[in-house]
Ligand binder design. Structure first.
Ligand code: 13P
Ligand code: SF4
Length: 366
């Protein structure tokens, strides 16, 4: 059974306190049969119910380790797909609101990646020369594509290890969908910008010449996260002019210019741990999603740490925000009645091939 918006809507009439209390009661009723995984970008009213919170890598591992019958994923669609793929067949992955997608993940699909592969094969021996690498923020069929073609998945935590692995096998990488994670990681490994090209999936041959393709080491898909493109280098300069002692920390989905101006670049979990381990009195300017930055501000203000958001405008991930407490309550109360709603199930063959690429990643991740 999938989302019934009317049923969810009927819960919005309840008071916040009642919704919260019923979520707690449903969790208690389900006990060890349930695990709720929560990404750091979830809003507070949902995040507080997570049994495990984390970045994409940590949550994938927890999904793989869990014995729970139901894995309720408070995150976005690709994360619930990964939970389904890495868990055992009898376990059930659930996304409380099916509209919680990832706009960046949607920038690559199997049709345009296969077209790119075909076009690249006119210039290169693709299966010998190019490792396809997909960011975990991608649909399961793209992970399966990587599985079939000797490729691999990466997250923002392990992108460097994954690129080392990939270049150890083949001379070039096709990296999708996020050009920024690909560029920032490759540059930090010593690959100069002139060895990277951007593949424009709306253009024949990615808008590139044969010479550009032959000369490139990194072929970067023209995808991006609109939330992380809100962060601008000028904001960092202005902020530091007022507070020169500021440490800047950004997620690698941010632009090259922002990452170059940052003292630290890493995943959401890395950002949390770095701020947690810093000295009292440190001032941080943080380039990642607003719910997480607000939480960090609240968590660390008592230790005398100052946590600021890297933008003057409110920029949240609107799809992460789709998971509201009403949707969480609706999915849990259905489970209490032994009704599964919003199950995310990846077809078997696709899941098997995607698992190959995910396992390659999990094996080499630190
Ligand atoms: P993390 O793996 O760092 O949590 O990032 C996931 C994501 O979607 C960031 O936009
Ligand atoms: Fe996708 Fe960006 Fe939202 Fe992350 S913040 S889930 S990359 S849209």
């Amino acid at each position: 059974m999938s989302a019934n918006p009317l049923e969810i809507q009927s819960l919005t009439g309840l008071g916040e306190a009642e919704i919260q209390q019923r979520i707690v009661a449903a969790k208690q009723a389900l006990g060890e049969r349930l695990i709720i995984l929560g990404h750091h970008y979830q809003r507070e009213e949902v995040f507080r119910h997570a049994d495990v919170s984390g970045d994409s890598l940590k949550l994938s591992r927890r999904a793989a380790d869990s014995d729970a019958e139901y894995i309720v994923f408070c995150g976005v669609h690709f994360m619930a797909e990964v939970a389904d793929i890495v868990s055992r067949p009898e376990q059930i992955a659930i996304l409380p609101d099916l509209a919680a997608g990832c706009s960046m993940a949607d920038m690559a699909n199997l049709a345009n990646v296969e077209r790119a592969w075909r076009e690249l094969s006119q210039v290169l021996a693709v299966d010998e020369q190019i490792t396809p690498v997909t960011y975990i923020n991608s649909a399961a069929d793209l992970k399966a594509f990587c599985g079939r073609h000797g490729g691999i998945v990466c997250t923002s935590t392990n992108a460097r290890h994954v690129l080392d692995w990939s270049f150890g096998r083949r001379e070039k990488v096709l990296f999708f969908p996020d050009q920024h994670l690909g560029r920032n990681t490759a540059f930090n490994m010593g690959i100069p910008l002139q060895d990277m090209v951007v593949w424009d999936f709306d253009q024949p041959m990615g808008g590139l010449t044969r010479e550009q393709i032959r000369g490139a080491k990194m072929i970067l898909w023209k995808g991006f996260c609109s939330v992380h493109q809100m962060f601008k280098p000028a904001f960092i300069d202005q902020f530091k002019a007022r507070h020169p002692e500021t440490k800047v920390i950004s997620h690698p989905e941010s632009s090259f210019e922002v990452c170059q101006k940052s003292d630290h670049v890493g995943s959401t979990e890395y950002i949390i741990n770095t701020i947690r381990d810093s000295e009292p009195g440190t001032r941080w300017l943080v380039g990642t999603e607003l719910n997480l930055v607000n939480r960090l501000h609240e968590q660390f203000k008592h230790e005398g740490k100052f946590v600021h958001f890297m933008s003057g405008t409110v920029c949240m991930c609107s799809t992460m925000f789709r998971i509201g407490p009403e949707a969480l309550l609706w999915s849990l109360e259905n489970l209490v009645q032994d009704k599964v709603v919003n199950q995310i199930k990846v077809p078997e063959t696709e899941a098997g091939q995607a698992l190959l690429a995910l396992n390659r990643m999990l094996e080499i991740s630190p």
